[in-house]
Design a binder for this molecule. Sequence first.
Ligand code: PGA
Length: 247
Amino acid sequence: MSPNITLFIENDYEQLSRKAARIFADSVRTNPVGSFGFATGGTPEGMYTEMIKMQKAGEADFSQLTAYNLDEYFPIEPDHHQSYEYFMANKLFDAIGLPHDKRNIPRGDAKDPHIEAAEYDVLAIGSRIQMQILGIGNNGHIGFNEPSDYFRGATGHVALTQSTIDSNARYFDSPDDVPRHAITMGVKTIMMAETILLLASGEAKAPILWDALKGLITPLVPASILQMHRDVIVVADNAAAKHLAAV
Ligand code: PGA
């Protein structure tokens, strides 16, 4: 493993979630009013639950930070039950008492997604994100940067691949309801975060996690670019890390 990547292997999803929440809280403690990057998806949910517990127990204060989310479907109404704005409000932000003006998420109801993306990019880069939480898609995507023949640099309006649409269909009433596009922070924008906190859970992620951390750096596996980042913390459970641990 490259020396810029620190890998923590936890027994199971619960321990992974606790570990990730503690690492994140330690970072926030150094600068409670700093900017931090958030992710949606099934993987960080447990971490967010742990953060809420820490906030309520007075062990950490996440209420003063400024949040920047990676991505949002497009188009989608912000109050749609599958929008990422709704996800973050319900899974974390409301419970930690984060004021609405500190929640930055690309707007799924913007008039022009390209202008929205360009404005969001300026905002996210200007904020100097201290720690960016990431999940990894089964196809190696980070944010909604899908496998491609080039690394998408800036935040942009992107088409989702069939694999991502299929994977996210579980959250919608019908696969036809999954939006086909999104606004996502670009790879360059993500790489500008001071520290990356990458989470991976479950056996299904084991091959792609290996590809990302030990394989060729290629836009066909967007997460592989993280090998070039100066400070990556990976928290995986045994199942997701099984190929990594074997090497
Ligand atoms: P998941 O998604 O956490 O629901 O597996 C990860 C991702 O797509 O980034």
